[in-house]
Design a protein around this ligand. Structure first.
Ligand code: AQP
Length: 333
């Protein structure tokens, strides 16, 4: 049976990269798979968080899922910390994950940059093992993510394989990454060589899912470009990271290809293209933003959805955790 698992961290507001690289694909997948979508709040703790802000962000991410089109009845939507089997399996898996594998993870290197080697916290280093546990506790077969998560997914497969080999059983499926759509890696609007990211200090680097139409327009107008007109073919985007990024965003929002976008705008300067991109982005995001605002206004309803989701997720996860405990030789009473 195919089962999807994926999640987002409730660290600040979600942005267009989260939407185009992941969330939008999740919505499409709900028609064909059994889907479990998690707000990975334990992952958020790997960087310092303000407790009240974190609580709000957890609800806001859940609201974004639903506002983007995920049906909380058809899918399981819950927050990670509400199902303790995630953290328990993470410990068991961490006993099967060699340090050498974790030392290769580029996200840890990026996020611990600027810190003395011994000041980075253990949780940040162990992040990929918790992510492996999130996926494997549900025996998920497919994981839709943006391209930046590919390395972590490979680690999850390696850890699953190491566990299976250690106990001579084909217990965990090796989860397949699903890196889908035209915009698998949306870049910063200020620097086309950097990933669009929640933690970028410049708000102008990203379009947040809560931005209003004026803010979106301003950010796209100010987005970095180069002096050349848009090329007429995709090959012409090579070595033009900012142009490539804006064309990719346009293509993803319009559900078309970069070639089609260039067939329309090739040879023109950026100003007309940017005007159309503003209209398109506002058209696609405004209904989601409006729905998100309605949902976040009703905390009790979001909490009800998360609680119900946690009960459903726990029913799957507890069963698997019990099996894992039996496999490794822990006593259950
Ligand atoms: N720029 C991006 N382009 C495409 N996909 C992206 N994703 C994130 N950024 C982009 C995908 O969104 C999903 C959820 O990501 P996350 O919230 O768990 O954390 P992240 O990848 O750490 O997101 P950020 O914005 O980059 O946060 P910070 O700045 O805190 O590191 C994942 O599927 C991810 O691939």
């Amino acid at each position: 049976m195919n089962r999807i698992f994926s999640g987002m961290q409730p660290t600040r507001q979600l942005h267009l990269g989260n939407y185009l690289g992941a969330l939008r694909n999740w919505v499409a997948l709900q028609n064909d798979y059994e889907c479990i979508y998690c707000v990975v709040d334990l992952h958020a703790l790997t960087l310092p968080q303000e407790p009240d802000v974190l609580r709000n962000n957890i609800r806001e991410v859940a609201a974004a899922y639903i506002a983007a089109g995920l049906d909380p009845e058809r899918n399981i939507i819950f927050n990670q910390s509400a199902v303790s089997a995630h953290a328990e399996l993470s410990w068991i898996l961490s006993c099967h994950a060699p340090l050498g594998w974790l030392n290769r993870m580029t996200q840890f290197k990026e996020k611990s940059q600027g810190k003395q080697a011994n000041d980075a916290v253990l949780g940040l280093f162990a992040y990929p093992v918790l992510m492996a546990a999130d996926i494997l506790i549900h025996k998920a077969t497919h994981v839709p993510v943006g391209e930046d998560q590919k390395q972590h997914l490979e680690l999850a497969r390696d850890v699953a394989g190491a566990f299976n080999r250690a106990y001579g059983q084909d217990y965990f499926p090796l989860p397949e990454p699903q890196i889908l759509g035209e915009a698998t890696r949306v870049m910063s609007l200020r620097d086309g060589t950097k990933k669009m990211s929640k933690s970028d200090t410049s708000d102008y680097s990203r379009i947040n899912m809560t931005d209003d139409a004026d803010t979106i327009a301003q950010k796209i107008r100010k987005a970095k470009t180069d002096p050349e007109p848009l090329p007429t073919a995709v090959e012409g985007l090579a070595a033009r990271p900012e142009a490539d990024n804006l064309v990719t965003i346009f293509a993803a929002l319009a559900d078309t290809s970069r070639a089609d976008v260039l067939a329309r705008f090739g040879g023109q300067n950026f100003s007309g293209f940017k005007k159309e991109l503003v209209d398109l982005a506002v058209d696609r995001l405004a209904p989601i933003t409006t729905r998100m605002r309605e949902l976040t206004g009703d905390k009790a309803e979001i909490d009800r959805i998360l609680k119900r989701g946690a009960e459903r997720a726990d029913a799957i996860a507890s069963r698997h955790l019990a099996e894992v405990k039996d496999i490794v030789g822990l006593l259950r009473f």
